[in-house]
Design a protein around this ligand. Sequence first.
Ligand SMILES: *[C@@H]1O[C@H](CO)[C@@H](O)[C@H](O)[C@H]1NC(C)=O
Ligand SMILES: *[C@@H]1O[C@H](CO)[C@@H](O)[C@H](O)[C@H]1NC(C)=O
Length: 367
Amino acid sequence: MSSEEGLSSTITDWLFINSWWLLLPFIMLLVVAAFIVAFVLLLYMISPLISPKPLKLNGAHVVVTGGSSGIGKSIAVECYKQGAFITLVARDEAKLLQAKKEVEKFAINDKQVVLCISVDVSSDYSQVESVIKQAQEKLGPVDMLVNCAGLAISGKFEDVEVDRFKSERRLNSQKLMEVNYLGSVYPTRAVITTMKERRMGRIMFVSSQAGQIGLFGYTAYSPSKFALRGLAESLQMEIKPYNIYVTVAYPPDTETPGLAEENKTKPLETKLISETSGVCQPDQVAKIIVRDAVQGNFNSSVGPDGYMLSALTCGMSPVTSITEGLQQIVTMGLFRTIALFYLGSFDSIVRRCMIQREQSKAADKRE
Ligand SMILES: *[C@@H]1O[C@H](CO)[C@@H](O)[C@H](O)[C@H]1NC(C)=O
Ligand SMILES: *[C@@H]1O[C@H](CO)[C@@H](O)[C@H](O)[C@H]1NC(C)=O
């Protein structure tokens, strides 16, 4: 054997041993693929366990807080159209009676009833408990609770009265954490024991897209809507074994009296930013929310923006169907990329408005 041959065979050996390493990425890919396949199979195996049975609205008792106007009233109509008995809860008696008349137009049988209860769901728990008791005595145990009482204010952080973050003693004042958060805690607390005993029920929290993303002008509003998500996730884990399902709805800007009120103080930045996603009709929003609550979906969103926000913010929230879980896994990275562009454009809106304000201030001074 010449020394040349010896050298080339050493090189071949060397290549052979080392080409092993070249295969490593492929082996790793195979392992990852095997894991994904196993994971999907596992999800399929447990899917019958995680998909709840739809609730029958026909003959069910649905309580809607904030039911005298806006999305709440539309949800009541939607449920009434499907044969439910409705309890409308709100503060203003005159508005309640008006809403009752509107809802009653959509009866599908002559047994259906709309009950009105005038109470502030956010101020005193014992009061809320006693009105829920009254409603249950008249129309039977609550099958679905819709927590829709809420209000929105917007304004720059330093412009929002400090009291408004929590509450004000004045009557009819705007108290965000109390109305939007405690106003959902109290009614839920009042129905939960009976629901657990009956091992059935649906609880719906109406949050907002501002409960998924904090935007300019919502330093008081967003936290009160984010709070609902924490409540919903914790509660769902507690009551799932009792066959009770929680839905959190994240509607976009919706054409309601609440929005008209909010429009009055909306800063220019907030207007420009919310214009990127448009305004919805309450009926359209209510249809989607009711469908999701009936199916027991944890998340309910409207439109493509809503879809993207829900996928982006699903975090550790419960999953209600196999397709939902897979969609979340597949879309998250892509949606984050798109979200970065949105964030960039929002930041530039805010900066542009600041520069314009400063320029007009300077111009005023010169005059
Ligand atoms: C609120 O303002 C938006 C524009 O920012 C407008 O599209 C919408 O119709 C207004 N809604 C109400 C109820 O005033
Ligand atoms: C959220 O709910 C909507 C329907 O309301 C659904 O189309 C969407 O897939 C859900 N998104 C996620 C991420 O679960």
